[in-house]
Design a protein around this ligand. Structure first.
Ligand code: PRP
Ligand code: ZN
Length: 294
């Protein structure tokens, strides 16, 4: 049994870039050569396998890789279209590469809702997820399976609507299509199988998961510093999102003002800063937190 932890990753695309950047934030040092299928991590016993996204769930399920990072859309599709249940489950939802799998049809056309799909053709690269949706909703329609460029199917006349991923919506708009229902929400996920890892691999995987957890938490967590009038202290501290006991420090030369410092575990919006200012808070600073471990 190999002692290095093998992580399956998408070799190119948006999800790929964000996965590499997450692993780098977790302290893994590596460089990706274009066209390379394997990247060795220099400072930890970890190998990165660079694959086509559709192959990642199977690699993890069969043990060709130990764990993987993949879009939930790909995981669900591979599970539904695989002849036997794939041994691959989500360990951590990573929060990036969010998108929706949607049904969409030509804007202003006759298909405006799922009810209009009966007896029509739907082009997709997701026959598994689409099939599950159609049968759950008692819709009889023909799935036209494609390998890509699904958006073109209605205009070239091979389908009446499409079932495809939507992120910003720009691709649909550019092709004169409008989404009318979303059938799956997706984000990048960290997956593993139920197979036991070697003690060393397991130790590395635990370390990696705890670092990922720290990276995800610190992305939302901010350090806030401000000066506040003493008489508004309670009101001001009540506004700090997700902080339990802020530090209160006296300020030189005044008894009317104190400095407040706190770790806020939730996003601090501009509205919160405006409310703090309205209560008399001044010199408000919001700082990012680079690393966290609890
Ligand atoms: C997806 C999808 C659409 C596009 C939607 O393709 O198939 O073409 O993104 O994004 P938008 O709503 O922001 O325009 P992707 O780039 O993932 O490539 P693929 O279809 O080859 O996997
Ligand atoms: Zn793809």
């Amino acid at each position: 049994m190999t002692e290095r932890l093998r992580i399956a990753l998408q070799k190119k695309g948006r999800l790929a870039e964000d996965s590499f950047s997450l692993l780098k934030k977790c302290g893994l040092k590596f460089s990706i050569r274009s066209g390379g299928l394997l990247a060795r991590v220099k400072n930890l016993p970890v190998d990165l396998l660079l694959l086509r996204d559709d192959d990642i769930p199977t690699f993890v399920a069969t043990g060709a890789a130990d764990v993987g990072i993949v879009g939930e859309n790909v995981l669900v599709e591979e599970q539904l279209s695989s002849p036997s249940k794939l041994d691959a489950d989500i360990d951590i939802r990573l929060g990036f590469s969010r998108c929706r799998l949607c049904l969409a049809a030509p804007s202003g056309g006759i298909i405006k809702s799922p009810g209009d799909l009966n007896g029509t053709r739907i082009a997709t690269t997701y026959p598994g997820v689409l099939g599950r949706y159609l049968s759950k909703n008692n819709i009889t329609a023909k799935a036209v399976e494609m390998k890509g460029a699904v958006e073109l199917a209605p205009s070239i006349g091979i389908a009446d609507s499409i079932c495809d991923l939507v992120s910003s919506g720009a691709t649909l708009e550019a092709n004169g299509l409008a989404a009318f229902v979303s059938i799956l929400d997706s984000e990048a996920v960290l997956i593993s199988s139920s197979r036991a890892l070697s003690p060393q691999q397991s130790e590395i995987y635990h370390k990696l998961c705890s670092r990922i957890d720290g990276v995800l938490k610190s992305a939302e967590t901010k350090y806030i510093m401000l000066n506040a009038p003493v008489e508004k202290l309670d009101e001001i501290t009540a506004l700090l999102p997700g902080s339990d006991s802020p530090t209160i420090i006296p300020l030189a030369g005044t008894e009317k003002l104190v400095a407040i410092q706190a770790v806020c575990t939730e996003n601090i919006f501009w509205e919160t800063l405006e409310d703090l200012k309205a209560l008399g808070a001044r010199a408000i600073l919001v700082l990012p937190i680079e690393k966290m471990m609890s």
